[in-house]
Design a protein around this ligand. Structure first.
Ligand code: GBH
Length: 472
């Protein structure tokens, strides 16, 4: 049912779990700063301690083993390794921490997938303009080379940047993520552009200097919803859906997988809008320079974070869950797709299968890792989280169908998340873990949810292609 080498994983991110925000020479990052400002995050929560994985890594490893994972996706804290963001000073304590994590995983037969950047820019680099500054690309490239050099003998799966869309839009347009900028229609495009440049440089560095020896694979992780026109027969809704795809997944996946440049729909809309509103004739969407490393072909696999599905309706302007002002489409929630947990997450397992097929057809049948997928609980805590258990069962069945019936080349599935953790602007009020974490307890004790037991069952059933149907 699943290929023999299929990766069964769970994912986390440094700022969301580690804590130790000032431990052993770590530098501050933009989430440290953001959370310490009043009114940014739910009830002024912060990641100062979080799950305290910086001190409690061994507890995380026990959770990983209890689930029977073959892979674990973690992210590195840039400022823990390079406190001011540059390689002029390396924090050896940070190197030791990640060395131990990686070595412990391998000793337990678990392969690490390592993300270099999951929203936590060193504060010192934000002071120099952060992702809005073109210089960030070479700074990121140096950091990436440092990581390949230091950990690449053991890490074979790399994600450069997690969800450039989220960083660009939520951090620089909506201001609900760090660094909290609200510069609609301008900053997000600049940031997205520099993230693509940074990613491409890092991929080329790996390709030129490390690939032959280390034999790993490098990509970047896109977030995408599955999108359908509200009225299947309505041409305007169909066009609005295409625009919506272009302005979200296409914004980043098109340059990397299809043309080396932005989707035409995005380019033409932003160019036209820029002209109309002044901007001295130049487009708010930057152009790639021919003198820099090419963007096209800079992904060795397709990494997808999937959470939810949406119906799209034409011409509504922009709602809360919609892209930059240039996009012009309205998203509606289909009442048959229930919202559970957080307000943005309609639970639609079959949307994942459809999205996988769309990716196969649109991006030339790449190898795909589902690098995040999950569903949260809010409010009264349920350790016996029946609904979430069912969600994992249903979703993994959809992945199986995508592989078997649609012949999508899916290589792995990572549940978000191993642990309840710091859920960005929602603080600790939203729980995505397979393990419950008691944030009132100094020991941050971890307890498996029913959904965690369910996932462990699924893994043991399918691991190593040993499903009963196939082997007997
Ligand atoms: C992932 O993003 C992140 O990679 C991960 O760190 C995070 O913990 C996980 O999701 C769960 O949230 O509030 O209406 O503006 C998923 C993509 C895009 C989903 C932005 C939430 C916010 C919608 N996210 N979206 S709204």
């Amino acid at each position: 049912m699943f290929p023999r080498e299929f990766a069964w994983g769970a994912a986390t991110a440094a700022y969301q779990i580690e804590g130790g925000w000032q431990a052993d020479g770590k530098g501050p990052n933009i989430w440290d700063t953001f959370c310490h400002e009043k009114g940014r995050v739910f009830e002024e929560h912060n990641g100062d301690v979080a799950c305290n994985s910086y001190e409690l890594w061994e507890k995380d490893l026990e959770c990983i083993q209890q689930l029977g994972l073959t892979h674990y996706r973690l992210s590195l804290s840039w400022a823990r390794l390079l406190p001011d963001g540059t390689t002029s000073h390396v924090n050896q304590k940070g190197v030791q921490y990640y060395n131990k994590v990686i070595d412990d995983l391998l000793a337990c037969n678990v392969s690490p997938m390592v993300t270099l950047y999951h929203l936590d820019l060193p504060q010192a680099l934000q002071g120099q303009g952060g992702w809005k500054s073109p210089d960030i690309a070479t700074l990121f490239d140096s950091y990436a080379k440092f990581c390949f050099q230091t950990f690449g003998d053991r890490v074979k799966l790399w994600i450069t940047i997690n969800e450039p869309y989220v960083c660009a839009k939520l951090g620089h347009e909506d201001g609900i993520h760090a660094p909290g900028l609200k510069e609609p229609g301008i900053a997000a495009y600049l940031v997205g552009h520099n993230m693509l440049r940074a990613h491409a440089m890092a991929w080329h560095s790996y390709n030129s200097f490390y690939r032959t020896k280390q034999k790993g694979a490098v990509s970047l992780a896109f977030n995408s919803d599955w999108l359908e026109p509200l009225n299947a027969g309505c041409t305007e809704d169909i066009a609005a859906t295409e625009r919506y795809f272009a302005f979200t997944l296409g914004w980043f996946a098109w340059p990397v997988f299809v043309t080396g440049d932005y989707p035409e729909l995005m380019r033409s809309a932003i160019d036209a809008q820029s002209k109309k509103t002044g901007c001295s004739g130049s487009s708010r969407l930057p152009s790639f320079s021919k003198d820099e490393p090419a963007i096209l072909g800079t992904a060795d696999f397709f990494a997808l974070n999937y959470y939810t599905s949406r119906k799209v309706k034409a011409g509504g302007g922009c709602g809360k869950m919609c892209m930059v002002s240039d996009q012009d489409a309205e998203v509606v929630l289909d009442p048959s797709w229930p919202i559970c947990g957080v307000s943005w997450l309609a639970v639609v397992p079959h949307g994942l299968r459809k999205l996988l097929k769309y990716i196969k057809d649109t991006f030339n049948n790449p190898a795909v890792y589902i690098t995040e997928n999950g569903f949260s609980q809010v409010g009264p805590l349920q350790i016996e989280d029946v609904q979430r258990s069912g969600f994992y069962k249903d979703t993994i069945l959809e992945v199986a169908k995508a592989i078997q019936e649609d012949e999508v080349n899916v290589r792995g599935y990572f549940a978000w998340s191993l642990l309840d953790n710091f859920e960005w602007a929602d603080g600790f009020s939203v729980r995505f873990g397979l393990f419950h974490v008691d944030f009132a307890d100094a020991k941050r004790s971890r307890t498996i949810y029913q959904s965690g037991r369910e996932y462990a069952k699924i893994i043991s059933k399918y691991k190593c292609g040993q499903s009963k149907e196939k082997t007997e």
